[in-house]
Write a protein that binds this ligand. Structure first.
Ligand code: ADP
Length: 445
């Protein structure tokens, strides 16, 4: 014990105080020792001075040691308290320790060694207690901080929840607006298309070449606009879960061939070659033929739109697990890997600028994505910039019928996989040649 300790001895017996003083001095304790003779003086001494340790006689004239310890501890005086007990007081030791005494020593055992040892022990215990108290205090503070942070987080969570509800409502209104607008615009657009077609019929009078040219432009633009309106309408229906599949049994090869035939003129206009390869042992599928056709039209339109030279391949094959695959490959501009994840989002295009070269709403792939999910299929994309792209749709031969109405979009979200790879889309593919077992539980497919 190097430093000078401030020690208070509380004892009404002058001889006992002297015994303690001598013992501590003999033990070589560096100290400033103060002495008082009763409990009240002890309380005021402790209130005015910071002591390092108190030696307290259990039997004081104005109060017993237990009462004094209670008073000191309740007045937040935290110093090591060693109680010196007289003959017969030892039984009270447990009570004293419970009340807050750091240690106790029978007066009969007081010697320089025992006092020095008790002092050292009391200082150590007190130091440890202080550290525990400090750690507890810190724990309490961090607990309170955490509680405050939790409350703040909960407030933020509620705010985000509210914002989400508002966003959902805004999105619902947007979809409703899109649906209403596109629906309303389709009626006049059909009239424009219908009357242009009537005007072009010779029995309604011969038009001059210039007039024919103008009416044809009206008709073509009208058809384009109608297609865009249909895309917007489909998208808003898909978004709100109001689009239902109408599955039927049909010949997939026939739908593929007729769709490709309808688009041949677009290919020829761009001088693109076309190869259609249908490798189906069993061409029958149970699906919505209109929507399968729509997927193919969208994929082919994109392939034609984004290909300036070269060709397009349409490959239809059977896959294991009673599935079929429809792949559309092109030698077009290709898609950078960084854009793979965006292009399936609604209104997303690789070139988002107003001055972009290729027109479109950015809804085609979003619609395909939603339809393929509804059908329980998946999309595989392989593309390389400047080399070309391949979009492959894998579909079950028989789609599942929705169990409830089409009002719940989550109903269709159980299979949401799009597989993308930067592989050259024109390299041969290992997995696509396997033949699926023919036959189906519910249908003779
Ligand atoms: P849109 O064709 O109306 O722009 P899509 O949703 O059909 O919208 O396609 C989104 C984007 O994906 C296109 O704008 C284009 O950047 C890219 N993309 C789609 N198909 C191809 C393709 N075959 N070749 C290159 N890029 C494509």
């Amino acid at each position: 014990m190097e430093e000078t300790l401030k020690i208070l001895v509380v004892d009404d017996d002058e001889v006992d105080r002297m015994t303690v003083r001598r013992a501590l001095t003999k033990a070589g304790v560096q100290m400033e020792l103060s002495e008082v003779g009763n409990g009240n003086d002890a309380i005021s001494a402790l209130a005015n001075t910071n002591y390092d340790c108190v030696f307290l006689d259990y039997r004081l004239p104005d109060q017993d040691g237990l009462t004094l310890i209670h008073k000191l501890r309740s007045s937040e005086i935290k110093i090591p308290l060693v109680v010196l007990t007289g003959q017969g007081d030892e039984q009270i030791a447990v009570e004293l320790m419970k009340a807050g005494a750091t240690d106790y020593l029978s007066k009969s055992r007081v010697s320089s060694e025992t006092l020095a040892q008790v002092l050292r022990h009391a200082l150590r215990v007190h130091h440890a207690e202080m550290q525990v108290a400090l750690a507890n205090q810190q724990l309490r503070e961090s607990h309170e901080l955490l509680m405050r942070k939790n409350q703040e987080l909960e407030r933020q969570r509620q705010q985000i929840h509210l914002q989400n509800l508002k966003l959902l409502e805004a999105s619902r209104l947007k979809s409703q607006f899109l649906a209403t607008m596109s629906h309303e615009l389709r009626t006049p657009m059909n009239a424009i298309i219908g009357f242009s077609q009537i005007l072009l019929r010779p029995k309604f009078g011969q038009l001059t070449n210039q007039q024919t040219d103008m009416v044809e432009r009206i008709l073509n633009n009208g058809k384009n606009l109608l297609m865009l309106l249909n895309e917007v309408l489909d998208f808003s229906r898909l978004e709100t879960g109001r689009l239902e599949l109408k599955p039927e049994l049909f010949d997939l090869s026939k739908v593929i061939n007729s769709t490709v035939a309808e688009m041949r003129s677009l290919l020829e206009a761009k001088k693109l070659s076309l190869v259609v390869q249908t490798d189906l042992e069993n061409p029958l599928v149970f699906n919505d033929s209109v929507r399968v056709r729509q997927i193919l039209v969208n994929l082919l339109s994109n392939a034609i739109k984004f290909t300036d030279s070269g060709g397009i391949w349409v490959e239809v094959s059977e896959l294991p697990g009673n599935r079929v695959a429809i792949a559309v490959r092109d030698t077009g501009i290709g898609i950078a890997a960084k854009d793979f994840k965006y292009i399936f989002e609604a209104f997303r295009q690789v070139d988002q600028s107003i001055t972009r070269k290729y027109p479109g709403t950015g809804l085609g792939l979003a619609i395909i994505d939603s339809l393929v999910r509804m059908m329980g299929g998946k999309i595989i994309l392989e593309s390389q910039l400047g080399v070309g792209s391949m979009f492959k749709i894998e579909l079950p031969r028989q789609v599942k019928l929705p169990t409830t109405g089409g009002d719940n979009p989550a109903l269709y979200l159980d299979n949401d996989e799009i597989f993308c790879s930067t592989q050259n889309p024109h390299q041969p593919h290992p997995q696509s040649t396997n033949k699926a077992p023919v036959g189906y539980p519910n249908f003779k497919l």
